[in-house]
Design a protein around this ligand. Structure first.
Ligand code: FMN
Length: 272
């Protein structure tokens, strides 16, 4: 099959997945002298449409790792609304320096089940969105070079009609999510935690409401959470006034546990 176009299609509340997916996709497209297009399905409006690919497409499909899996609120969109129709795929997950557990296996299976031929897969070590002392500043220069090399290798494999990737690490189908722990080792229960807003700092600019991937911040009153919060940190990272924060005890304790135990530099893993 001749590849004609390269895409990076990603969910990326805090930007790491976007950076990684685009680095892979750009390098693959450049190696084949082909056009490259980014498709960002982070915001709810972007997920109201079907994403239909076909033969001649190479798609870098990428998500973050949440609790060792593809984010559970995102999974149905990928499962039910992204069609490969014989397109080639590089599956990529970004994890925040702890572990990718079964996330890559889950994304690999979703892509295969949706009609993609998965040529390669990557688990990319990045900065942790809610524990930023983990993997600080990653993807860094060395990571970007490794991502570009992976993109070039994918391009080579695509041009040679290389075989589909047979497997990736992880339980298939995945059976459980990672249980977050508090600093004292007990399970951390913060499913219902929502960000707070310091109304002294808030300028009501609307950024948090506009950028919430779940559409869960009331545009007229950012202190009101109208729906599910996936703790992605987009509103906290993007608030120009620094007015958003979490104060949930279990959430903060889990963050402290991560920072105490996962400070070492995690390695990315590439499969072809
Ligand atoms: C709710 C949540 C759960 C996470 N779970 C994990 C995890 O299980 N393992 C890990 O290493 N990183 C985990 N992370 C970190 C993210 O996978 C990582 O920071 C990723 O790069 C975020 O992508 P983004 O910057 O595109 O939003 C988690 C982050 C969030 C917000």
């Amino acid at each position: 099959m001749t590849v004609e176009r390269v895409y990076a299609a990603y969910f990326s509340p805090c930007g790491n997945v976007k950076t990684a997916a685009e680095a892979i996709g750009h390098a693959a497209a450049k190696a084949m002298c082909l056009p490259f297009e980014s498709i960002d399905f982070t915001l709810p409006q972007a997920r109201t449409v079907e994403m239909v690919f076909g033969p001649g497409d190479l798609v870098i499909l990428a998500t973050p790792v949440y609790a060792g899996r593809v984010p559970n609120k995102l999974m149905p969109y990928i499962r039910d609304h992204i069609y490969g129709n014989g397109a080639l795929c590089g599956a990529a997950v970004c994890f925040g320096n702890r572990a990718f557990d079964d996330a890559l296996a889950e994304l690999y299976m979703l892509a295969k089940d949706n009609g993609f031929t998965v040529l390669g897969a990557a688990a990319v070590a990045t900065e942790h969105s809610f524990a930023p002392t983990l993997g600080t500043g990653r993807p860094d220069e060395a990571d970007l070079a490794a991502l570009a090399a992976f993109g070039e290798a994918l391009a080579k494999k695509a041009q040679k009609n290389g075989p589909a990737l047979k497997t990736v690490p992880g339980v298939m189908p995945p059976e459980r999510y990672y249980t977050p722990l508090r600093a004292d080792g007990a399970p951390a229960k913060f499913l219902k935690a929502v960000p707070r807003t310091d109304m002294e700092k808030c300028t009501r600019c609307g950024t948090c409401a506009k950028m919430c991937p779940m559409g869960s911040v009331a545009p007229k009153d950012p202190a009101v959470t109208t729906g599910v919060c996936i703790k992605c940190q987009a509103c906290i990272r993007l608030c120009p006034a620094g007015a958003r924060y979490f104060d949930d005890g279990d959430f903060l304790s889990h963050r402290a546990m991560l920072m105490a135990n996962y400070a070492r530099r995690a390695e990315s893993a590439f499969f072809l």
